[in-house]
Design a protein around this ligand. Structure first.
Ligand code: GDG
Length: 744
């Protein structure tokens, strides 16, 4: 990994505030991102790029310049955005499009082209700011949904930069994500990062599923190849600065607050339930208030004995859905208090403001029950902070199963926030939980939180990014770069007898959903014709396709053809197809119906029947379904296949049933064993081509057209690069064809 880290997030860790004397001054912002990245930011040389938050203050040009200078002195790079773009980017696309949709609230989602344009422009501004400070060898870590286009913008401008991206909110399921008109651009925007992180594995799965279904990118355990580069998506659950919270309650300022809160308790022995969050519709505040209402209704003995302290921090007040939520919460609080309050008891204490850190930790330390019941939450740090502040090991946490944090905090009372009865039940259990049970649950969760802190999270993410970069370096060592390409061409030019064996799909042409749509274009045919025309060169297409298709596409060229992975070989001199060994295709009748049943049950899949093999193609199917069907087909056919001397072979989104012992490696054997060839090039892209790579003589130029682990000596990134290599051979091979056009 690089020497310096450039952190990029929507906001900087400082904002402009006012001191007690009214003087403008920089204030440190808090929150999970700042605690995770703070220590890294402080390391020498590291910088933070973000939107300069002027705290709603009107600044003159001179004051803004002073503010910038202060930020720069704190290793920050401010990004300034004009008011109109800021509105479209922040209130608009970030908070009225991505935020609601990603949290599963399509009813609040707006789809405004103008907001999208502003979002794009602001991402470009961020890119300019990053490039203004980036140096070769730097690592850039981009955060959150505001900047989903930034990885690709940086990649385009600076291809070698190491880029990490972390999404702090949920990634929605495919059915929800696909509603976005700009869905492909957003996926492509993030995919240029080397490592893409999410809080939970569910979000990773959703992301991978959208990549597969919207872009056709397959992955293997979260790794995939994107534009020839290995990229990884994985889960990294964000923790908190545990010691900061754990020790805070012991600080004199907080201790004083704790004393005051205890003294203010309306009745000795009464209990407090607390909730703290931004006033946001994802946080489930009205649902919680309704459940509290039902709780007081059903359990009258708790009236006057419990108080719900509701801290709702004003947030995104410019967005309409937040304004109506504010009205709803105000009304609910008013209605509960109006119904149950007595002269010395107010059931809901409602604070519509942010509270200072020492009061926050004092509230955590003194509340008997913490209610964290969002309808959807990427992670949720408040529940972790509450636990960290419980120095006495007591307290009870009611936690929504819709928060990412649930995966780590199994000892909480986990509830479905939409289920009012379950919420009422959980409130009762939490209030009545015996102290021993409280300590047992809380201490188990504390141990985990103390270990996996925000700092550890950042370290693990960067270590994983480093791992991806090392993996890329290993793969890139195989890449057939300009020097090796030149050497290959020279060897080709100097050879007196050459062999060129080429796979077709994925090697000479990219994959398409419908196999019959992959016919060679005129440029490709002209290129192959020119290489094959040289009498010193034997060129053969070695494919899994049936012989009729190969004949139709290449029958007019002087090239050898191998069909059905080696079952058939077309002899140019004999002008006929030769069967590799006497075979019986009667087995097909026994398994055809089984495969056809799978076609019916798997929309998008097709069955291709060849002379002595059958191929079930699932390129156009949903990934999850196809994976399941492959396992089912294998188990349905494995017994019959063994009986009949068949094997099930997995290719690139195809499962093929064919006779054992027939593979491309054995098909190529009669060429490989001929010692008179002094140049051999063997190229292919999938698992069936590995048989050729394995059996080719040691000095053969074996080339895999996908940069991934392979038996081949070299790799190219895609069919376009393969064609360009062949163009070089065409030029070196047949001078007598010079002047002929049409080679592409
Ligand atoms: C997003 C994702 C994910 C809150 N009120 C006060 C206050 N806070 C601090 C808390 C906590 C932070 O703000 C809130 O963090 P959350 O994680 O709970 O929620 P979001 O703001 O929605 O954050 C979320 C997070 O990103 C990190 O990845 O967990 O899922 O939505 O640190 O302490 N701090 C003070 N006064 C308050 O009144 N001082």
């Amino acid at each position: 990994m690089g020497d310096r880290l450039i952190i990029v997030s929507n906001r900087l860790p400082y904002r402009l505030g006012r001191g007690e004397d009214g003087e403008r001054k920089l204030e440190h912002s808090s929150g999970g991102l700042v605690s995770g990245m703070g220590p890294l930011h402080e390391r020498h040389g590291n910088v933070w790029v973000g939107w300069a938050d002027e705290g709603g203050q009107e600044l003159s040009a001179r004051e803004r310049a002073e503010f910038d200078a202060q930020l720069v002195a704190h290793d920050c790079v401010p990004v300034h955005v004009c008011e109109e773009d800021a509105h479209g980017y922040y209130d608009g696309f970030s908070n009225s499009t991505l935020w609601p949709l990603f949290h599963g609230f399509p009813q609040y989602t707006s789809f405004e082209e103008a907001d999208w344009e502003a979002y794009r422009r602001v991402n470009e501004r961020f890119c300019e700011a990053v490039l203004s400070v980036a140096r070769p060898g730097d690592t850039v870590w981009v955060h959150d949904y505001h900047l989903m286009l930034l990885p690709s913008l940086i990649r385009k401008a600076s291809p070698q930069t190491a880029i990490g991206f972390f999404l702090h909110i949920p990634f929605p399921d495919y059915e929800t994500f696909r509603m976005l008109p700009w869905r492909q651009e957003l996926l492509l925007g993030t995919l240029s990062a080397d490592l893409i992180g999410f809080h939970t594995y569910d979000y990773v799965r959703h992301f991978l599923s959208s990549c597969r279904r919207l872009l056709g990118y397959d992955n293997h355990l979260g790794h995939f190849l994107f534009e020839g580069r290995s990229t990884q998506a994985d889960a990294f659950p964000l923790g908190i600065d545990y010691d900061r919270f754990h020790n805070a309650a012991l600080e004199p300022k907080a201790a004083c607050q704790i004393e005051r809160i205890r003294a203010d308790r309306e009745r000795p022995g009464s209990k407090t339930m607390l909730s703290v969050e931004r006033l946001d519709y994802t946080k489930g505040i009205p649902e919680r208030l309704r459940a509290f209402d039902a709780f007081l209704q059903r359990h009258p003995s708790w009236r006057e004995n419990v108080v719900l302290k509701l801290v709702a921090v004003p947030s995104r007040e410019g967005v309409a859905s937040y304004q109506s939520l504010k009205r709803e919460v105000d009304e609910l609080v008013g209605s509960i208090n109006g119904r149950y309050a007595t002269s010395d008891w107010t059931p809901v204490e409602y604070y519509y403001r942010s509270v200072p850190f020492d009061l926050l930790t004092a509230l955590y330390a003194t509340s008997d029950v913490m209610l964290v019941t969002p309808l959807r939450d990427g992670m949720n740090l408040v529940c972790k902070e509450y636990l960290a502040c419980r120095g006495d090991g007591g307290g009870a946490l009611v936690l929504s199963e819709m928060a990412g944090a649930t995966y780590e905090l199994h000892e909480a009372l986990v509830v479905n926030p939409f289920d009012r009865d379950a919420m009422v039940e959980a409130m009762l259990r939490a209030l009545e939980m015996p102290p021993d049970e409280q300590r047992c649950r809380v201490s188990a969760m504390q141990k985990r939180l103390a270990r996996y802190t925000a700092g550890k999270w950042a370290e693990e993410f960067l270590a994983a990014l480093d791992g991806v970069l090392r993996h890329q370096a290993r793969l890139n060592a195989h890449l057939l770069g300009p020097t090796s390409s030149r050497r290959l061409q020279e060897a080709f030019a100097q050879a007196s007898k050459r062999l060129v064996l080429l796979d077709y799909d994925g090697t000479l042409v990219p994959f398409v959903d419908e196999p019959s749509d992959a016919a060679p274009d005129d440029g490709l045919k002209a290129l192959i014709a020119r290489i094959a025309a040289d009498p010193a060169t034997t060129l053969a297409i070695v494919s899994g396709r049936d012989k009729e298709t190969l004949m139709e596409w290449f029958g007019d060229l002087p090239v050898g053809l191998v069909a059905e992975h080696g079952l058939w070989r077309y002899s140019v001199s004999q002008r006929q197809w030769l069967l590799r060994e006497p075979l019986d295709g009667a087995w097909k009748d026994r398994i055809r119906q089984t495969l056809l049943d799978f076609v019916d049950r798997t929309p998008g899949s097709i069955l291709e029947e060849k002379d002595y093999s059958m191929a079930w193609h699932y390129r156009a199917c949903s990934n999850e379904l196809a994976e399941r069907r492959v396992i089912e087909i294998k188990s349905a056919l494995s017994g019959v296949a063994a009986d009949m001397g068949l094997m099930l072979m997995e290719g690139n989104r195809v499962l093929e049933v064919k006779p054992v012992h027939v593979d491309k490696g054995s098909a190529a054997h009669h060429w490989f064993r001929d010692p008179s060839y002094d140049f051999m090039l063997v190229a292919g892209d999938d698992v069936t081509d590995e048989d050729m790579f394995r059996t080719a003589p040691e000095n053969a130029w074996t080339v895999k057209v996908r940069n991934e682990p392979t038996q081949a000596r070299y790799a190219l990134k895609n069919p376009a690069e393969m064609r360009s290599l062949l163009r070089g051979l065409a030029e070196a091979s047949a001078p007598r064809f010079e002047g002929r056009s049409g080679i592409m």
